[in-house]
Design a binder for this molecule. Sequence first.
Ligand SMILES: [Zn+2]
Length: 66
Amino acid sequence: MCVKPKPFSYSCPSCDWKKTVFPKSDVLLPGEHYACCPKCGSKSLDLETLKGVTKLGLGLLQKLFT
Ligand SMILES: [Zn+2]
């Protein structure tokens, strides 16, 4: 059984850094995982999954991020 990875976004409560990740597989690649904020170094990142994002919405988001 294959579970499709869901997009999620990191956000830093200490600064305004935010990053949305669209995993291509269930193995996170470099650039898809952050243990700490690359901007201020805070290790208390919030991790949110994107809820209610349609495929069309995802396509638009991916255009914005590339
Ligand atoms: Zn930060």
